[in-house]
Design a protein around this ligand. Structure first.
Ligand SMILES: [Zn+2]
Length: 309
C-alpha cells in the first residue's frame, strides 16, 4: 500500500499536470469503486454492466488543488466539491495527455502512480480501470485490480467529516508532531508493541509497513518492544528517524518494490535506499548482522537483530 511518501509523490506529480483542467466526462466502470456522499446524487446501478450514473456534481468542474491527508488524496474542484481517492493495495492513477494515443508508451508524458504492474505500459482503459475521468487535456484512469481502493465525491466542506479522513491522527510534518507528542502517544499504549503504535493511523498518519520498519531501524529499536519499555531518549531518536525516512522517501519519489520501468520514469527509487524492508537474509548496512523477517502487528517485519534492541 502506498504510504505518505508515495502518496505525496502522486499529489505533487498530478498537481503539475492536471490542476486547471476541466472534467469533461466521467465513466464509472465499477460501482464499488466510486462512492457518493449520501447528500449527493443517488447512485443507482442502471442497465448494462459498465454504465453507472454520472455524478453531475463533478461534470464541467475545474480541478483547483490536489493535496494529501495521511494516505488519502484530495482533489478540490471549483463550486465546492472534492474528489477523494485512496489507492489501498492495488490502486493506480494513470494520466495520459490527449496528444498521445491511449496506450502509447513512448513520448515520456504518461504518468503512472500506485501499485506497479503491467497496466503501467498497457493501453487504457484496461480491465482493471474502475473510474475514468476525461479531462480537457488528457485522461485520468483509476485502476484497481482488487477493488479495495476508492474514489469518493463529497462537498469540500465535508471532506474531513468523511469516515476515513475523520479518524486520522497527526501528520508527521505537522508542527504539532513533536517528541513530547510521540512520547505521550506511546505512553497511552504501554502494552502495544512499538511497530503497532507507529502504524496506528489514528495517532500518526501516513506511516505503513515500509517506513515503520525503516524508522525503527534508524532508531535502533526492535519492532516487538512494548510501549512501556521505551525510554524518553529512545522516543527522541524514533521521532528523528520517522522524519528522516519519510523525507528520504519523498526525496526519492517513494518506493516501487516491483520495478517495472516506464518511459516517464515515474517509478520511485526509494527501494534502492531501504535499510531493512524486504532485505531479509541480506547483510545489515551498518553492522555484520543479517536482516531478519518476523511477524509483528500482523505484518511481515524486517529488522537487524544486532542493531535493534
Ligand atoms: Zn545491523
Amino acid at each position: 500500500m502506498p504510504e505518505l511518501p508515495e502518496v505525496e509523490t502522486v499529489v505533487r506529480g498530478l498537481s503539475r499536470h492536471i490542476v486547471g483542467q476541466k472534467i469533461k466526462h466521467v465513466e464509472i466502470l465499477s460501482a464499488k469503486s466510486f462512492l457518493w456522499n449520501p447528500k449527493l446524487t443517488k447512485s443507482k446501478k442502471v442497465g448494462g454492466k459498465t454504465a453507472y450514473p454520472i455524478p453531475q456534481e463533478i461534470l464541467r468542474r475545474t480541478i483547483k488543488k490536489i493535496s494529501r491527508r495521511g494516505k488519502g488524496i484530495i482533489i478540490d474542484l471549483d463550486k465546492g466539491y472534492s474528489i477523494l481517492i485512496h489507492l489501498k493495495m492495488t490502486g493506480q492513477l494513470i494520466y495520459i495527455p490527449k496528444d498521445k494515443k491511449p496506450g502509447r508508451t513512448t513520448g515520456g508524458k504518461r504518468l503512472n502512480y500506485g501499485h506497479p504492474d503491467k497496466n503501467f505500459s498497457q493501453a487504457m482503459p484496461s480491465k482493471h480501470t474502475r473510474v475514468w475521468f476525461e479531462l480537457s487535456k488528457g485522461n485520468l484512469y483509476f485502476n484497481d485490480q482488487r477493488r479495495f481502493g476508492w474514489v469518493k465525491l463529497t462537498p469540500t466542506q465535508d471532506v474531513f467529516k468523511d469516515k476515513f479522513f475523520a479518524k486520522l491522527g497527526l501528520e508527521p510534518f505537522d508542527k504539532k508532531f513533536t517528541p513530547p507528542f510521540l512520547w505521550s502517544a506511546i505512553q497511552r499504549h504501554p502494552k502495544a508493541n512499538i511497530k503497532a503504535i507507529i502504524l496506528d493511523q489514528s495517532l500518526i498518519t501516513g506511516i505503513g509497513n515500509i517506513y515503520s520498519d525503516e524508522a525503527l531501524f534508524y532508531a535502533r529499536l526492535k519492532p516487538t518492544r512494548l510501549g512501556r519499555s521505551i525510554t524518553k531518549p529512545e522516543v527522541t531518536k524514533l521521532y528523528a528517524a520517522i522524519k528522516k525516512v519519510l523525507e528520504k522517501g519523498i526525496k526519492y519519489s517513494g518506493t516501487s518494490i516491483n520495478t517495472h520501468r516506464t518511459p516517464e520514469g515515474s517509478m520511485g527509487k526509494m527501494q534502492n535506499y531501504l535499510a531493512v524492508y524486504e532485505r531479509e537474509g541480506q547483510p545489515c548496512r551498518s553492522c555484520k548482522g543479517i536482516i531478519t523477517k518476523i511477524r509483528v502487528a500482523g505484518r511481515g517485519t524486517h529488522y537487524c537483530p544486532m542493531c535493534q534492541h
